[in-house]
Design a protein around this ligand. Sequence first.
Ligand SMILES: [Zn+2]
Length: 143
Amino acid sequence: MHEALSEARAAASRGEVPVGAVVVGPDGAVLATAGNRTRELNDPTAHAEVLAIRAACAALGAERLPGCDLYVTLEPCPMCAAAISFARIARLYYGAADPKSGGVAQGPRLYSHAQCHHAPEVYDGINAAPSEALLRDFFRERR
Ligand SMILES: [Zn+2]
C-alpha cells in the first residue's frame, strides 16, 4: 500500500487524480505499479488499476493474474472492478471509499452480481486516511 500511495502522489504531481495501484504476485513480489494517466494519455480508461493490470500481464506474458493481489488507494470504479474480475485477481485491498464513483462497496457493487464470474476477496479501508487526504488536497487546490 505504501507503493500505491507513492504512485498516487506521483499522479498528483502530474496533474492527474491521485490514485495509485500495485499488483503483487503470488510470491509477494511487486509485478507492476501505476498511477492515473488519463490526461497524459488522453485515455479515459487509463486508471491506475487498469494500467497496473496491463503492465503485470505484460511482465508475466499472461492474459490473467490468478493468485495476484491488487492494492489501490481508492475504491475501484465499475470499469476497474470489472477489469480486476477479468484479470482473476485473488485479493483486492483498497484505501479510501468512493461514494461518488465506487463500484465495489457502493453503486453497482459489481462483485455481488450473478453475472460476475470471479470476485476477489475484498479488504477495504487499508491506509484510508492518507489516501483520502491526497484526494481531498488535490480537489481543494482545483476549486
Ligand atoms: Zn477506475
